[in-house]
Ligand binder design. Sequence first.
Ligand code: ME8
Length: 634
Amino acid sequence: MEKFYITTAIYYVNSKPHIGSVSEAIAADVIARYKRLSNFDVFFSTGTDEHSQKIEAKAKELGIDPQKFVDEAASLWKTIFDRFNISYSRFIRTSDPDHTEVVKDFFVKMYEKGDIYLSTYEGWYCVRDETFLKDSELVEGKCPHCGGEVQRLSEDNYFFRLSKYRDDLLKFYLENPQFVEPESRYNELLNILKGGLQDISVTRKSFKFGIHVPFDEEHTIYVWYDALINYVSAIGYLTNKEMFSKYWPADLHLIGKDITRFHGIVWPAMLMSMGLPLPKKIFAHGFWNLEGMKMSKSLGNVVDPVEFAENFSKLSNITFAKSVDVLRYYLSREAIFGLDGDFRMESFFRRYNSDLANDYGNLINRTLNMLSKYRNLEVPPYSVDDEFVAFAKSKFNQYKEYMEKYALSFALDRVFEIISYLNNYIQVKEPWKLSKETGKLNVVLDTLLEGIAYVSVLLQPFMPNITAFILDEFGVENRNISEYDGQILKKNVLNLFEPIFPRLEKEKIDLDKKTEENEDNVIEISKVKYDDFAKLDLRVAKILSAKRVKNSDKLIELKVSLGKEERTIVAGIGKFYSEEGLIGKKIVIVANLEERRLMGITSQGMLLAASTSNKENLSLLTVDKDIEEGAKIS
Ligand code: ME8
């Protein structure tokens, strides 16, 4: 089986994930799923970049120990990636011990080779971008890239002899014009190489949080030197040689357009210095803007993907997991991958209503309703229209070609051409006029059913939850992505189900308005005396482990810490949380409830959670600051 190693950038944890960072992980996930379903042995790595000056500063601002801060922040990122169905093979953290060892190993080897040397750095540093800058690079005294404040540095630093690799890199670029894509990014880097390279500083003295130089502890290794190495430590560079030699070199480093220089020049030079092969491709995607404006925290217009998916789930009455799929679809379809995209509410709702509710969803509803009306939901004998088969084959070839080029939106266009074909097929064949022509009606119904099953196979990488539901309902066993070659639907009788994408009325399409309406929606509860309330012992508890209870899809057995003691709690949250995603969360529990036995396990307390009115989603109560476990809630 051919291997495919894909990576995303690793994310700074000083702020929460936003739609831009999550969009990168989603794109990588779409590609990873596509490759897996195309029979590749895929390793997909993503994770967090934790040793930066801005993260140390953020922890200080919050009065928390930096390590503790990154532990909690990384766990939040991981939970969010889990909720977005990012099917990573490894979630690497730069504070992981195996990674730390690899960074030291690189540093020592490159030093021994003479590629790292001690000198003095005189210049500027942009903390926001974690980048060293020369006098000539500043624009009006600020960072030329992000416009942020810069610090003057004058300190002993270790330097990497980047200049030594300039000629080899230039030669490599000229021989491999597809090493960096899109072409515009390749050209930018080629021009930098043509202009010559200078050695770069790879340690800091005035900053402590990070990996220290093994033979000179006063120096902290520069965050970018540390971070780039994650791509080899994630696959066991020192700890699992067999895995490393299987997956390295990476087939695809997926990154944003702002960090191409580090990936396209510094990283390959480090690999050359270590005598390791270079990655096969670096693909730089564009940036997401919001309603035509750059997303930035200072402008207050950063889209929180979890909040967005939660709001959309409430509004459209679909589960959170399905709402995530809709967002994944939108992000994949709306922008040409590689160029900037514009996240607009209007286009989001248009894509939902028109592509999903109308074209895909309605095709499914109409087909199942006809199957119910004319065939009592029994699937006719296999009799797919040859013309459709030929059409599906030609569209698959285009879909595949685009997926291989990471042109995700174009690949989706091809799938929706098949969907349009099927909708049009209903109009042309007018099945309602064929009730007396059994054979002809069978062909129409079977073509529609097989067509829906096939497009759902092709849509799996983009909407894994929704398509899994449809493919289960249709009894599709072989879900591999391949050319359509007949009968994939294996059930004899199907079921009717509620529309997967309930259409949204125009006036409802205003998330803000909906939030206000919800606030008006006061829930009445009877009043309790203060003394009665005070009898409840509510505590903050940290989840240490989580395990699904055998033979139950709802129950999860949690081990929680209350500081001085540990408890077992059995909770009915299995449909809403993954086991991994729960670990490390600080939740609220009722600590003085009578013990209860559930499925043979004694539950020593109850956790608190809020659920949506339709019971399709649930959220655990957590504390929003770092409160020690066991703390009393009053
Ligand atoms: O740069 N739209 O981390 P980061 C699309 N730790 N993508 C965006 C985006 C937007 N609006 N904003 C950011 C770092 N990104 C380093 C990487 S890798 C060895 C170290 C993308 O958290 C950005 O381009 O600032 C990058 O690929 C990723 O999010 C992480 O950005």
